[in-house]
Design a protein around this ligand. Structure first.
Ligand code: SF4
Ligand code: SF4
Length: 498
């Protein structure tokens, strides 16, 4: 009989020299010794004694004995989990309260970024601003469709701050409705940060906004794509906005979304620059490979992109291990670590789009997310008539286990089936995974596993501390005084060492 279950669903990988294993059904990761890594197929019975002999020759009998003990402990410690065959069906049958509403208060923008997916703000239609009537109906819908856990309103555009007066009205109205109904409500904004004044920054601070700004890195990188209407660079305007924001808002509440292009793949330089501005959260996007434009990723660019991610993952991990915790907000690496510490990353969906999140445009039309705006087949409803359940069901049923392309992929519970909007752009079908994107996503997932495995292996004493920081970042602790106490106690640096 083999040491480990012969039908164990695992993914074994050595990334940047770190051997580790993922238990697919729990999404938990464990670093392994070199000998245990090599012996794993022997321990499951997939390979015979020849493998064991080769490992003995390479590492010696004592190391092999220790490795077999290490592998045996995977089974006895409960690390190996059995498949939950009904998981996807069960999740799909559960209620789908609306959790996130993207409120497109302005289909207009003061910039003209070359790669903009939204037609420079107007979504290739007419410039339009949301009215108070539509906004009020949208908030009412959110209050009806959300559950007792509450919801998040994300102000979106174009550039939402071009309709700042409406934002003020919406926040006041939504807070009043939420209070009356006893629901928790949070706000966030995606902004290019170029029109931020003290008044705006104060308002965002007073209402505890999470801020996500668009900035691609240092001036040379940013201004290649992100320009004003007259073609002039935008970097200096963004920096003024960031400085104003930082006078009122802590760096941990400000994030930055970087759109990568094949021309600029020095992720270490980009991230270093953004952290240097006192912004703690960084996430990456890219222009999908369907476009013919020079800045759209093509299959030929994929290896360079992967190399960029590899380099940032190594720098990230070294930084965290040296106690530079302001690096923790680099996603998806940081998010992966925090979720591992909370017991898992398992999900059968990639995002909430169409199920638990919706985008409302100035006309009051509802779409699964901003990328679906104008795709009539996916018209999710209207604020006056509500959500079209049959369209919602197409997203509910689109869970990774339910899709041919994902069913046997080791990453199905970590990736959740990839971005449906990306699949649609590539194949005209939200259920069909794009193999080029999958290759990149799986690489980044393995790098996230690597970052976590190195912390476990090299600095287990940090794990409890990281757990607390994760709680603070994710906002699990709502008591402000307690958070401040923890931040001081754990020296979560506000003006972090760069
Ligand atoms: S990596 Fe690709 S195949 Fe695997 S779960 Fe994600 S979308 Fe599906
Ligand atoms: S469908 Fe894609 S673009 Fe839309 S919210 Fe999901 S991950 Fe984001």
């Amino acid at each position: 009989m083999s040491l480990l279950p012969a039908d164990w669903a695992y993914h074994r990988v050595r990334k940047l020299g770190v051997p580790m294993v993922l238990d697919i059904h729990s999404s938990q990761v464990k670093p392994l010794s070199d000998a245990a890594y090599e012996l794993l197929p022997y321990a499951t019975g997939e390979e015979d004694g020849d493998l064991r002999e080769r490992v003995v020759t390479r590492y010696g009998p004592h190391a092999v004995e220790a490795a077999l003990k290490e592998l045996g402990a995977l089974a006895t410690s409960g690390f190996i989990t059995r498949p939950d065959l009904k998981l996807g069906r069960r999740i799909a049958a559960a209620p789908t309260p609306l959790k996130v509403m993207f409120l497109h208060v302005a289909h207009d923008c003061n910039l003209a970024c070359r790669y903009c997916f939204a037609g420079q703000g107007s979504y290739r239609a007419r410039v339009e601003y949301m009215t108070p009537g539509v906004a009020q109906a949208a908030v009412d819908l959110l209050m009806r469709e959300s559950d007792e856990e509450g919801a998040l309103i994300r102000f979106f555009g174009g550039e939402p701050l071009l309709n700042f007066d409406l934002m003020r009205t919406v926040v006041a109205y939504a807070k009043e409705r939420a209070r009356a109904l006893g629901k928790k409500l949070n706000f966030s904004i995606f902004t290019n940060a170029t029109v931020i004044t003290d008044e705006i920054a104060r308002f965002l601070a007073e209402n505890n906004f999470e801020i996500l700004i668009s900035l691609d890195g240092p001036p040379r990188t940013n201004d290649r794509m992100r320009v004003q209407r007259n073609g002039e660079p935008s970097y200096h305007l963004v920096i003024e906005g960031v400085k104003t924001l930082r006078r009122y808002i802590a760096g941990r509440h400000i994030g930055c979304r970087v759109v990568l292009t094949p021309q600029d793949l020095d992720l270490v330089e980009i991230v270093g620059h953004i952290l240097g501005l006192g912004i703690w959260k960084v996430m990456f996007g890219k222009v999908w490979e369907t476009g013919s434009e020079p800045y759209a990723f093509k299959p030929v660019d994929v290896e360079r992109l992967k190399a960029g991610f590899t380099e940032i993952a190594a720098t990230y991990t070294d930084s965290v291990l040296r106690g530079k915790f302001h690096w923790l907000g680099i996603n998806p690496l940081g998010g992966f670590i925090f979720r591992q510490l909370e017991g898992g990353n398992k999900d059968v969906y990639h995002c909430l789009a169409g199920r638990k999140s919706a985008a409302v445009t100035p006309s009051g039309d509802i779409w699964p997310c901003f990328h679906f705006v104008g795709r009539e087949r996916f018209h999710l409803g209207h604020v006056t008539t509500g959500i079209n359940e049959s369209v919602r069901q197409r997203f509910v049923q689109n869970y990774s286990e339910n899709r041919k392309s994902c069913r046997s992929c080791w990453a199905r519970y970590l990736c959740g089936g990839g971005c449906p909007a990306n699949h649609l752009a590539r194949y005209g079908d939200i259920t069909k995974a794009n193999p080029v994107q999958c290759d990149i996503d799986r690489h980044v997932l393995e790098l996230s596993m690597y970052a976590y495995a190195r912390v476990v292996r090299e600095a287990p004493h940090l794990l409890e501390r990281l757990k607390v920081i994760g709680h603070i970042k994710e906002g699990y602790y709502s008591d402000k005084g307690f958070v401040e106490h923890l931040e001081t106690a754990f020296r979560l640096p506000e003006e972090a060492e760069q």
